[in-house]
Design a binder for this molecule. Structure first.
Ligand SMILES: C[S@@+](CC[C@H](N)C(=O)[O-])C[C@H]1O[C@@H](n2cnc3c(N)ncnc32)[C@H](O)[C@@H]1O
Length: 325
């Protein structure tokens, strides 16, 4: 079946190339220009698209993400479908994944694996940690569906924080998609210039109750001091036993995601105020570098997943569970 699936895939991909180009252009246009017009995150769309694809290819069940993707104005599931039809047909014939998305190989993840790998590793930590928690705080929630995946299962009180424009689009989209968000408190905040924890307290977050914090795909857009301020606030203000799950990227990733394209990538990200800022020098002794960073704010590391750790220049990022002392 696998051989047959390739025999069908190759000519189909060639024949449908014009459709794929149209799909790509539509998705890119909406992600960049419609996001800009709506003053909303474009990088969050990258993640939402990734989760939609993971669902469609049977890697991870996520109905709320598919419903959000269908109605959000800054992406296009038709565009994504045009692009992915040949791969999907191949997947249906062979029953196995090929090219994209792929089940990540732990330690040898490529940049293409970034969203699937990060999502699955974070799921793993959250599934283990959540039953013990009373509150769930998503910092830089973007279009994440986790508050609608975990809350029912674990009955946690949920808070979503993000910049005002992105959050407004999220709440409008949730309503349009018919997703119940009555258990979620939405808090507009810019981490760079406002105190997220003061805002959380004002909105009903209870510091004395164990909290699961999630900061996924966010630290790289912040200044180092802002990341440190967040870690410090968890140390000083969260109840013992609380957990922060976050991802941090290597300086080599921040400085260039493909040197030649660096200027264009930087320009496009700054276009929606999402330039890359913070990274750690993970080239050598990366476990120590990460531990030193976390411990310098009086926290300790739990489970970690270094993405691409077997690469000769070191991992390009890490998903980490961070625990209060
Ligand atoms: C790549 S998206 C990730 C979204 C979400 N965590 C997920 O995994 O689907 C980055 C998110 O961080 C938010 N963000 C970036 N800088 C921020 C800031 N200074 N204050 C608040 N949110 C910020 C963006 O608006 C966006 O929603």
């Amino acid at each position: 079946m696998n051989f047959l699936s390739w025999v069908i895939f190759v000519p189909l991909q060639i024949a449908l190339m014009p459709l794929a180009v149209v799909g790509f252009v539509v998705v890119a246009y909406k992600q960049i220009f419609v996001s800009k017009r709506l003053d909303a995150s474009q990088t969050g769309i990258e993640v939402l698209n990734g989760r939609w694809i993971m669902h469609v290819f049977g890697m991870r069940k996520d109905i709320p993400s598919t419903r959000l993707a269908e109605v959000t104005p800054n992406t296009s599931v038709f565009g994504l479908s045009f692009f992915l039809i040949p791969l999907w047909v191949k997947y249906k014939i062979s029953g196995t994944l090929a090219l994209y998305p792929l089940v990540p190989q732990k330690g040898s993840e490529t940049l293409l694996d970034l969203v699937p790998a990060r999502t699955l590793y974070i799921d793993q930590i959250l599934n283990r940690a959540a039953p013990d928690m009373e509150q769930f705080v998503l910092m830089g929630a973007g279009y994440d569906s986790r508050a609608y995946l975990y809350s029912e299962k674990h009955r946690m009180k949920c808070f979503e924080l993000d910049r005002a424009g992105t959050q407004q689009l999220k709440t409008d989209t949730l309503t349009k998609a018919g997703i119940d968000s009555s258990h979620v408190t939405f808090i507009p905040v810019d981490f760079e210039c406002e105190n997220a924890f003061d805002k959380l307290s004002e909105a009903g977050w209870e510091p004395n109750r164990k909290t699961l914090f999630l900061m996924e795909g966010v630290t790289l857009y912040l200044e180092e001091e802002t990341v440190r301020t967040t870690l410090r606030a968890v140390t000083e203000r969260a109840a013992p036993g609380s957990t922060l799950v976050l991802d941090i990227y290597a300086e080599k990733f921040i400085k260039l995601v493909g040197r030649r394209a660096q200027r264009l990538v930087e320009y496009l990200l700054e276009y929606t105020n999402e330039g890359l800022r913070f990274g750690l020098p993970l080239e050598k002794d990366f476990e120590r570098v990460l531990a030193d960073f976390i411990e310098s704010e009086d926290l300790r590391l739990g489970e970690t997943f270094f993405l691409g750790r077997t690469h000769k220049t070191g991992p390009y990022g890490v998903v980490a569970e961070v625990l209060t002392q």
